[in-house]
Write a protein that binds this ligand. Structure first.
Ligand SMILES: Cc1cc2nc3c(=O)[nH]c(=O)nc-3n(C[C@H](O)[C@H](O)[C@H](O)COP(=O)(O)OP(=O)(O)OC[C@H]3O[C@@H](n4cnc5c(N)ncnc54)[C@H](O)[C@@H]3O)c2cc1C
Length: 400
């Protein structure tokens, strides 16, 4: 599956940060992680920290899947509004999921500090704005639901938004507790850090076939090696759908671009994540090197040829949309790319065991919160292995 176009900004910016050998010998370990994106890297950190003998493989170069294409906004706000999620799964699961996402942003910040990663982590506010007046009513309902659940939120009127950001909107929810990061760089730094602590990493090594035994798995790779592992943890992102018997995620195509560096970006714009009530939604944030990053224009198909063929047209539309909402801002595009994106019906991830795969776990952080969900997986899977799964695992389970 071709999950992204060429030249996402992060690949160009960072280049080849670290490389690893492909696997040529048989080996054994406690935990085999498949996938070296931000999810696999976070899971590897968690397992090494807890003393598991851990091996990680990837069929591509490190973090060259979705984690090189992501726009990496870190939000506690899930794609499904809180009031709707409460109606769908009840307050315990909905508020619990929102709060876990909020906590995972702090955790990520601590982690970045701990490993000394120059991945440009920044704490930010988040403005969820109504693009049309008819959206104000339900957005206010969302505001009330969040306030009631104890989130730090403020309602901003049209005039206040214009004065603070120069943004044309009908009203919006301003939240603290957001962030942004370069997930490609962070995944690399996490793996590099943990490789020094015993993590064994192999790139260009595809998992081809698995024999699931009662107390272990035998994993055959494209390089002719067999890995005998106590448990296997699939961190294979959107490509995981192809190995599952049931449909869990709607795969689509999404588009993103960054501007040239712009010294005129105001501090209020630089300190805020923006997303709006359109469907598909437009989102914007600045990068740590002073560019405006914009994404959206989703299409409901995942064919890579069709997706990439639309890139030029989507770029023009994104530029036009930025100018519509931020008419006073000069936006000169620099890099533009696209990728596969996926959403679940309830906006929640799939994290846990699947009945068809013994001794195996999945960490599939789908949706606009993919990265924060992956951080949550760092606790859930080790807890499951210990036999004491936490409350949220119920809401993230397969077959829900
Ligand atoms: C344009 C865009 C914007 C996005 N914006 C955001 C955002 O703002 N915030 C956010 O949180 N999320 C966002 N996302 C989603 C986010 O990118 C994903 O949630 C995240 O990158 C997933 O990371 P991952 O490690 O699970 O998957 P990936 O990064 O795709 O990693 C999976 C890895 O598994 C490997 N693999 C697959 N099968 C095999 C196999 N058989 N053998 C060996 N290796 C295998 C792949 O090569 C790949 O490297 C966005 C996505 C896109 C495309």
């Amino acid at each position: 599956m071709d999950i992204r176009s060429n030249e996402p900004f992060w690949l160009v910016k960072n280049g080849l940060l670290h490389t690893y050998p492909s696997l040529r010998d048989h080996l054994s370990c406690d935990i085999l992680i498949v996938g070296s994106g931000i999810t696999g890297a976070l899971m590897a950190h968690s397992f090494i920290e807890k003393g598991f003998d851990t091996v990680l493989i990837d069929k591509r170069e490190i973090a060259n899947g979705s984690s090189s294409a992501t726009t990496s906004m870190l939000q506690y706000e899930i794609d499904v509004p809180l009031y709707e999620l409460i109606e769908m799964i009840g307050a315990q699961g909905a508020v619990g999921s929102y709060k876990a996402c909020r906590d995972s942003i702090d955790r990520l910040q601590q982690l970045v500090k701990e490993i000394g990663s120059p991945c440009g982590f920044e704490q930010k506010d988040s403005l969820y704005f109504a693009s049309r007046s008819k959206d104000v009513k339900w957005l206010k309902k969302e505001f009330e639901a969040r306030k009631l659940a104890g989130f730090e939120v403020q309602w901003l009127e049209k005039k206040e938004i214009k004065a603070k950001y120069g943004l044309l909107a009908e009203g919006g929810i301003l939240s603290t507790d957001g962030g942004s990061v370069d997930a490609f760089c962070l995944a690399h730094d996490l793996l590099h850090y943990n490789a020094k602590k015993g993590l064994r990493v192999f790139d260009k090594t595809e998992l081809k076939k698995v024999r699931y035994d009662k107390d272990k798995v035998l994993a055959e790779t494209s390089t002719g090696a067999v890995i005998t592992a106590g448990k296997i943890v699939y961190c294979t992102g959107y490509e995981a759908q192809s190995m599952l018997p049931e449909k869990i995620v709607a795969l689509k195509s999404t588009y993103a671009m960054v501007s040239e560096k712009n010294n005129a970006l105001s501090p209020s714009i630089s300190n805020t994540l923006f997303w709006n009530t359109d469907a598909p939604y437009l989102y914007m944030r600045t990068t740590s090197d002073g560019r405006l990053l914009v994404g959206g224009e989703d299409e409901n198909f995942r064919n890579a040829l069709r997706r990439d063929a639309l890139l030029g047209r989507k770029k023009d539309k994104l530029v036009k949309t930025v100018k519509k909402f931020l008419p006073e801002l000069s936006f000169i595009e620099d890099f533009c790319w696209c990728g596969t994106f996926g959403e679940t019906k309830d906006g929640l991830p799939y994290i846990g065991a699947h009945p068809k795969f013994p001794n195996s776990y999945f960490v599939l952080g789908f949706g606009g919160n993919g990265i924060t969900f992956s951080v949550i997986g760092m606790d859930i899977i080790p807890e499951m292995i210990k036999g004491s799964p936490g409350l949220l695992s119920h809401y993230f389970r397969f077959g829900r």
